[in-house]
Design a protein around this ligand. Structure first.
Ligand code: ADP
Length: 445
């Protein structure tokens, strides 16, 4: 693999360019008309415009991206996260053109992409799933019957779901009928697929996910967990590794379940198996993300393994360079997602020009970002300014380091979530480590 086209923008495009450069691989950036001045365009060896600012015409435009890859002589495409990263048709089309898709097979993407199908696959593989419907809800009477059996509350979820969309909780029969029609409508609008299924609503769970990596020779290794329980409207705000809720025994069990999940679909590449962990420390498969995730750096900091490099190497048919025994977790890592949003105005997006930009540094501090002074955050894409990631010997040290780094971070010209993160890190429930996904609904931050 000598030339990689990066079919993405923002911090993840920059992250991939950096990994490629260290591996001696040439990089080809693509960009929309709104992104002429973007950092990934400036950093890559070559850059080509692929269409207008609308994602549907540029970063989601398979034909334009593939034509660019062929013309530029790319032998692989890294899709990053979002956009085409979990698009099986795109993975197929890359293959047709003999371009390596840096990710799992189209078949694995399909089998995990439809969540209701993934549930069945997991059940067959012996991975615990949340009790619920077998497959999609075909008629409401059937769904009501199953809800009675498993007991309320239940949650109706879009099979094609992502980004917390198309989910509705129901506490009784009347609410369930409404929840089904609302979730269907939302799913139809957001994903063009109105298929929904039902599962037991787990009260006050933690979101704990396992990072796995697999090569094309059938080796699968897990790299421990990330705790992503701090969420707002099902969207993650802070992630950490390890999870304050796990011990060695539970980590081993969840790691093994995640590896089973990956093996069940002949997975190759980096992937994440997401679980809900209830108060009794029972865990249930929620979904598998068949791509690199936003929060991958916390795992990198505690394992010392560069996930993007490994992802590229296994896509190039190299065997994994380490075994399960070689994976050890060191210290504690935390990531804060710094968005251009006003946390005191209901997280209203705050696009615009960054007038002053001063990033923190020092021992144990990492900033993954595509922002720079004078750069304008576009209203057309996500509002991320930077991911601030710290590593410490203990959770306590990581929290202190994160607070120190946040207070050094200067971003002027747009509002950011930095003040919110500072308040959150001081919250006694957060520092105690005893929180769940309802944290922000229960407490004022
Ligand atoms: P998406 O793909 O849209 O992110 P997920 O299936 O990953 O959807 O769920 C996102 C979040 O929704 C979870 O992290 C959790 O907070 C909540 N959630 C999902 N399913 C359940 C459930 N059965 N019980 C309780 N909370 C749930």
């Amino acid at each position: 693999m000598k030339r990689v086209l990066i079919a993405n923008r923002g911090e993840i495009a920059v992250r991939i360019i950096r990994a490629c450069r260290e591996l001696g691989i040439e990089t080809i950036a693509v960009y929309s008309e709104a992104d002429k001045e973007a950092l990934h365009v400036l950093l890559a060896d070559e850059a080509y415009c692929i269409g207008p600012r609308q994602s549907s015409e540029s970063y989601l435009n398979m034909t334009s991206i593939l034509a660019t890859a062929l013309a530029a002589g790319a032998d692989a495409i890294h899709p990053g996260y979002g956009f085409l990263a979990e698009n099986a048709v795109f993975a197929d089309r890359c293959k047709e053109h003999e371009i390596t898709f840096i990710g799992p097979s189209a078949d694995a993407i399909r089998r995990m992409g439809a969540k209701s199908v993934a549930r069945e696959t997991m059940e067959a593989a012996g991975v615990p799933i949340v009790p619920g419907t077998d497959g999609l809800i075909e008629d409401n009477q059937e769904a009501l019957k199953i809800a009675e059996q498993i007991g309320y509350p239940v949650i109706v979820k879009a099979s094609a779901g992502g980004g917390g969309k198309g989910m509705r909780v129901a506490n009784n029969k009347d609410e369930l009928e409404k929840a089904i029609s609302m979730a269907k409508n939302e799913a139809e609008t957001a994903f063009g697929d109105g298929g929904v299924y039902l599962e037991k609503y787990i009260e006050d769970p933690r979101h704990v996910e396992i990072q796995i990596i697999a090569d094309s020779f059938g080796h699968v290794v897990h790299l421990g967990e990330r705790d992503c329980s701090i969420q707002r409207r099902h969207q993650k705000l802070i992630e950490e590794a390890p999870s304050p809720a796990l011990d060695e025994d539970l980590r081993k069990k969840m790691g093994e379940a995640a590896m089973k999940a990956a093996q069940a679909v002949d997975y190759c590449g980096a992937g994440t198996v997401e679980f809900l962990l209830d108060k009794h420390k029972e865990f249930y498969f929620m979904e598998m993300n068949t791509r690199i995730q936003v929060e991958h750096p916390v795992t990198e900091l505690v394992t010392g393994i560069d996930l993007i490099k490994e992802q590229i190497l296994v896509a190039a048919d190299e065997p994994l360079s380490f075994s399960q025994d070689a994976v050890t977790l060191n210290g504690w890592a935390i990531e804060c997602r710094i968005n251009a949003e006003n946390p005191d105005k209901n997280f209203m997006p705050s696009p615009g020009k960054i007038e002053t930009y001063l990033v923190p540094g020092g021992f144990g501090v990492r900033v993954d970002s595509a922002a720079y002074q004078g750069y304008s955050i576009s209203p057309f894409y996500d509002s991320m300014v930077a991911k601030l990631i710290v590593h410490g010997n203990t959770r306590e040290e990581a929290i202190a380091r994160m607070k120190r780094a946040l207070s050094e971070f200067v971003v002027e010209g747009v509002d950011t979530t930095i003040p919110f993160h500072l308040r959150l890190l001081d919250h006694e429930i957060f520092t105690s480590g005893e929180f769940d996904t309802k944290f922000l609904e229960k407490y004022e931050v």
